[in-house]
Ligand binder design. Structure first.
Ligand code: BGC
Length: 741
């Protein structure tokens, strides 16, 4: 239906009209063609709430937008590890968009958190592509179920903000495929998003907006993407080159100049009209698929959405420390609240995702109205990092007079935003200083954190509790207290590693080291893939999170099933006193290949809700991709024949179950034997026994075999150096001939 209409429209369009359609009409709208009855559609941000600007438009969240519910930032929602919550979030966002006549929502942002200094980490899900891809899929399915399209962004390898329009993300092919493209690939294949937003940066010096390999060869030819590619706002440098590479829609439109450029390019033969038509078809398809009837009435309830924002935050907050069961708070306890962030919470990030929130509930007002608070002290000022002695002394006096202190700490708004990167992962000195001082007068202190990405905690050993709430959205006050007082049992887990120091991070030497080139020298070893492989201690590992109850994972069963899949079964028991939700994480360790790889990688996860004492057996199925790596030589995903280990953990470092299995899925084509083949490899290959015997080399090897020292030497001597073992070169040449016959 849409197809026929699209074809007929293309036939009726003039060249001028086609050129108009592949540029936005203005900041948020596509072009309308009135004479053909083609309406314009609206696209607006963003990942954690609707930013529909009523007045003047901008891409940095500077001007006001209509009121909408501000849901938690993706850094927090990812910590839920909960696909169905993300799908519901998407449904609410789609509903909000639809009720506001917005056809395409500019989100989710799924870039990989390569460095905790990246300014936009709060808007992204994880350092791990499986988490970003699975949660992104659920989000996209939720939004699109409401008849609203998404724009999955920012495609691709857009991992820093400084010089984001021009910097080149330079990396090898495996790193690109296995880390930076994998989440996009998963979402494209599982959810067919309406659109993808191409990022500002270049990859290996090819600007993404005119990168044919990225936008056409990989995205369309390999992944079979059917939707439209739009540019990030202002990402197009050369519109003709962009269209040729596979970009369909330039946003925002640059007006007549852009239209003239395309018309001239076609007239002068620099751009084939057929190529332009392909993009025009995609723009028309998007408009026809997502145009909303002007007079439709949509059931849209801001209070209901606020309630969901609260639930989403509660299901995602991560309890990082709980010594002596300091939490949950008990009704009879006197609780002192310290920190300006209790009164002026940071609940969302800055930039294009910034929402004009419907109803913000601050932690302080909720504590006051619900009767938790036995005093409040501002403690520090968010405008400075310097200690204010008066404020600090008031806080110390309060701390001495109460049973417990809840300290609200975090990163001030001005230090963390789209548009620039952070310079530190430390909290402001005045906050760190006061936490330590309060802990000295009252050890019953819990720190509640509000921040967009990992921070250090120099006072960790002195405090009893830490609750990571990230940027919790407008229901921050209610959600935080529901977790602190035990109404909700926390079940969030970190979707990123918290390092001990910025110097430990894998991209430390290269991140923002050059204005032009961002060299991804750590390769595949991003986030936990690095710390885990190097056995480097961290503050909190990927996947970590506590609960008010305890769980045991047991009875792991792993078996290969038809279709190159592996079924993983385990039982989860709630061994504590109250209901809670466990998050078993399934990692695969590849012990077969000779290729460089992390010691283990997350390949699946689940959420299991259990009453006290209850058990549940879950089965998850891993497909071949979970055992594969990208071979740049063959440009294909390959898996090796040999031994793998399936590891189940509560975090990447706390592995509680493991089982090995052998898979024979690898290619059976044996490598040819050459002068550079090592003796050790020859010995391991049974198929070469006859050739060894015929050439007589078997006798030589028999004299060497037996001692472990010799075995180690053979690991490192190739056939061409056989003379070192006393073999003559003719014998070796004969063996090579026989081996390859
Ligand atoms: C951001 C995008 C956003 C767009 C429109 C750009 O600056 O990078 O994420 O969707 O502006 O506001």
């Amino acid at each position: 239906m849409t197809n026929t209409r699209v074809t007929s429209l293309v036939d009726q369009l003039t060249l001028q009209e086609k050129a108009e359609l592949v540029s936005g009409k203005n900041f948020w709208f596509t072009q309308a063609i009135d004479r053909l009855g083609l309406q314009k559609i609206m696209m607006t941000d963003g990942p954690s709430g609707l930013r529909k600007q009523a007045d003047s438009a901008d891409a940095l969240g500077l001007n006001r937008s209509v009121q909408a519910v501000n849901f938690p930032a993706s850094a927090l929602t990812a910590s839920s590890f909960n696909r169905s919550m993300l799908e519901k979030l998407g449904e609410h966002l789609g509903n909000a968009a639809r009720a506001n006549q917005v056809s395409v929502l500019l989100g989710p942002g799924i870039n990989i958190k390569r460095s905790p200094l990246a300014g936009r980490n709060f808007e992204y899900f994880s350092e791990d592509p499986l988490v970003a891809g699975e949660l992104g899929t659920a989000y996209v399915q939720g939004v699109q179920s409401q008849g609203v399209g998404v724009s999955v962004k920012h495609f691709a390898a857009n991992n820093r903000e400084n010089q984001r329009f021009t910097a080149s993300s330079n990396m090898d092919e495996r790193t690109l495929r296995e880390i930076y493209l994998a989440a996009f690939e998963r979402i494209v294949k599982q959810a067919q998003p309406a659109t993808l937003m191409c990022s500002y940066n270049a990859i290996n010096h090819s600007l993404n907006s005119q990168n044919k390999r990225l936008l056409t060869d990989i995205l369309r030819d390999e992944w079979n993407f059917k939707g439209l590619v739009m540019s990030d706002w202002g990402a197009v440098a050369d519109h003709t080159a962009a269209l040729k590479a596979g970009l369909d829609l330039e946003m925002p439109g640059k007006g007549q100049a852009s239209v003239d450029e395309i018309v001239t390019a076609v007239e002068q033969g620099q751009l084939a009209e057929a190529q332009l038509d392909r993009s025009v078809e995609r723009v028309l398809t998007m408009i026809l698929d997502y145009a909303l009837p002007a007079d439709e009435t949509v059931d849209y309830d801001l209070n209901e959405q606020h309630d969901f924002a609260k639930q989403m935050a509660e299901q995602s907050m991560v309890l990082l420390k709980n010594s002596d069961d300091i939490l949950p708070l008990k009704p009879e306890e006197q609780v002192g609240i310290v920190g300006e962030l209790a009164a002026k919470p940071r609940y969302q990030g800055g930039g294009s995702s910034h929402v004009n929130a419907f109803k913000v509930t601050t932690p302080l007002e909720v504590a006051q109205s619900d009767g938790f608070e036995s005093g409040y002290a501002q403690g520090y000022s968010l405008d400075t990092t310097t200690v204010d002695t008066d404020l600090a002394n008031d806080a110390l006096e309060l701390a001495k007079s109460v049973d417990k202190v809840i300290f609200f700490a975090g990163v001030p708004e001005q230090d963390e935003s789209e548009g620039y990167d952070k310079t530190t992962i430390e909290l402001p000195a005045n906050q760190n200083d006061l936490i330590t001082k309060i802990a000295a007068v009252n050890p019953n202190i819990v720190v509640v954190l509000q921040n967009g990405s990992a921070v250090t905690m120099p006072w960790l050993a002195q405090v009893k509790g830490v609750l990571e709430t990230y940027l919790a959205g407008e229901a921050v006050g209610e959600a935080t207290w529901d977790v602190l007082d035990g109404t909700i049992n926390p079940s969030g887990h970190l979707a990123e590693t918290f390092p001990l120091r910025i110097e430990d991070t894998p991209s430390y030497e290269t991140f923002n080291a050059s204005r032009e080139d961002e060299n991804y020298r750590e390769g595949l070893f991003v986030g936990y893939r690095y710390y885990d492989t190097k056995k480097l201690p961290v503050l909190f590992p990927f996947g970590y999170g506590l609960s008010y109850t305890t769980f045991s994972f047991h009875d792991l069963q792993v078996k290969e099933v038809a279709g190159h899949q592996v079924a993983v079964q385990l039982t989860v028991t709630n061994t504590g006193q109250r209901a809670g939700v466990a998050t078993p994480q399934i990692y695969v360790a590849n012990q077969t290949s000779q290729i460089e790889k992390p010691v283990k990688e997350l390949r699946d996860f689940a959420k299991v809700a259990l009453e006290a004492g209850e058990s549940q057996t879950i089965t998850r199925t891993l497909d071949q991709r979970a055992f594969s790596w990208f071979n740049p030589q063959t440009e294909a995903w390959e898996s090796d024949t040999g031994t793998y280990e399936i590891l189940v953990g509560t975090s990447v470092t706390d592995v509680v179950l493991r089982q090995a299995l052998t898979l024979k899925w690898g290619s059976t084509t044996l490598q040819p034997v050459t002068e550079n083949t090592y003796f050790s490899d020859v010995i391991r290959r049974r198929d070469l026994t006859a050739a060894l015997e015929e050439s007589g080399l078997d006798k030589l090897l028999a004299t060497l075999n037996g001692s472990s020292e010799n075995a180690q030497l053979l690991e490192n001597i190739p056939l061409r150096s056989a003379v070192m073992l006393g073999a003559d070169s003719q014998q070796v040449a004969q063996f090579i001939r026989l081996a390859n016959r």
